[in-house]
Design a protein around this ligand. Sequence first.
Ligand code: ADP
Length: 633
Amino acid sequence: MKCDPNLYRAASPSLAVKPRLVRHLFLPPLIIAMMIGLGYIGFWISEHYGIRNLGENGQRQLELHARAVESEISKYTYLPSLLELETSVSQLLADPTPEHRQTVNDYLEGLNRRSRSRAIYVMDTTGRVMATSNWRDVDSYLGEDLSFRAYFQNAVRGQPGRFYGIGSTNGEPGYYLAHGLEEHGKIIGVAVVKVRLEAMEERWQRARLEAFVSDENGIIILSSDPARRLKSVVPLSEETKEKLARSLQYYWFPLNELQPLARETLSEGVEKLTFPANSELVSDDENISYLSQTRPLSDTPWNFTLLTPLQDLRREAINQGILVAVAFALCAFLLIAWNERRKVIATRLAAREALQEANNQLERRITERTTDLRASNERLKGQIRERRQAEETLRRAQDELVQAGKLAAIGQMSTSIAHELNQPLAALRTLSGNTVRFLERGQLDVASTNLKTINELIDRMGRITASLRSFARRGDDKGQACLGKAVDAALQLHGARVENTPLQLHRHFDAVQVQIDQTRLEQILVNLIGNALDAMQAQPLPELWLEGETFDGKYRLRVRDNGHGIDAEARKHLFEPFFTTKPGEQGLGLGLTLSASLAAATGGHLGVEHPASGGTAFVLSLPLVSPTPAEPI
Ligand code: ADP
């Protein structure tokens, strides 16, 4: 099958190679860049939404724990003002006798135990401690001058005194709530409750909560992480530090600043803080980030800050980023694989389509050819029919011609036949007359001899008429003939002429059976021998050669004479009907034509040769009945 080469024509190399090269060079870096980009976007989105969720969750935690801090502090708010109602306190302040002091000490001790506060004490307007719940302790406040304390100074002016500080006596931190005790509209002393808030720190630690409370100076006063305690969350000027140091509020602590590595404000009260890896606040080597949420505590100038670690979130975001990058890589890989497969399928489809197209073209061509062939077949059939009809007509005409030829030959030979018959007839007449006379004389021997001669003459005449009858008979295309017999019959037919000339006959052929009707073979040979005899009429030493040989399944009989030969012009028309060079009635010009036709009708052939030595040779080749040659004659 031949395919259309256009369908398979490849793209020019420059066009085919370039995009592939570009794809191979740029695709991998592009995919890697997109993986990194998308991974980062995935990380960023995950972190962003994670922080938002953490923020929402943290807000609830912040609210919850800030409320807890507020309720812890507010629990004691009214405790100092209750002492106003206690008459023993006012008596002590009015008359500070040891009895009154002891009464108040006992009262405060009991009150402190019940309220679970750290200490409760009463000061006079000068700031000296008049009575205290811890009067039994060695480091009791009794008699101490605490007028420098800000909570006293506020309370003595009638304002609520709130203060977080570290005790100057024992260095213990505490929250101080002070209240100015009034009597008849005049401040007669100050009642103070010291509360320990460390319980809250322990609670946060137990709940694994990172939180701290910073006071009005920005100093962390409560922290789940002890390392952050008494650090400042805002930058402190030297002046402020000096002032705070003098106030002894934070005892002698250095009040270092809590310095994050990075600080990012996300919204009001919400920050992202990163502490360095080498910070004392973190134990491991990594920088640590927190979501810091701050809310002011009511009734105090303090702030509550909740720190939510972002490591898990960061790790989660990194995982998400990696997941996105891997998913993209997978998608890209699948896409490339799909694209490659699609291309392979497209190529296969194109090839299949091309094949289909080629098939269709082939089928179309076959159909066209078949139609043409059918038409030409029909034409051929028609021609064959016509040819057969023509052949039939020709055969009939040939038969007629053969018959006519035979009759013509008989006509030509009639003179010699008549001569041939007249001679024995004359002899018969003489012999029969003589025989009658010999019988009358009684010479029976001589009469018997004459009768024998008469009998022989009659036989000869019978043979002549039998040959003529057989020659004139209509023949058949099929049949078998014996070559020897046919030659004998032909020579016999020309018997008179052969005998009347000094002809030298050379017989060199085999007694073969050939595929032709016996009569027809005889007829051909009569013609050929007759022509040879005619050509040799002027030849003083006429010679006739009859030579045979087997060749290619056929038998060739060459009839050669040493006659006058055939001139160049006559050679062209030899086998044309009615071509003759013989004068008058002698030639009809049918002999060779009929002979060639008879030979061809049985699959044989009649040809002519012009030997260089002179004369003419006619070659008759006829199919053999049996391929094995017979005995030579
Ligand atoms: P016809 O014998 O009636 O002329 P033929 O067809 O038999 O017709 O022969 C045609 C012619 O071919 C003859 O007239 C003769 O000129 C020539 N011819 C045939 N045989 C020979 C031969 N053996 N030698 C020379 N001429 C021949």
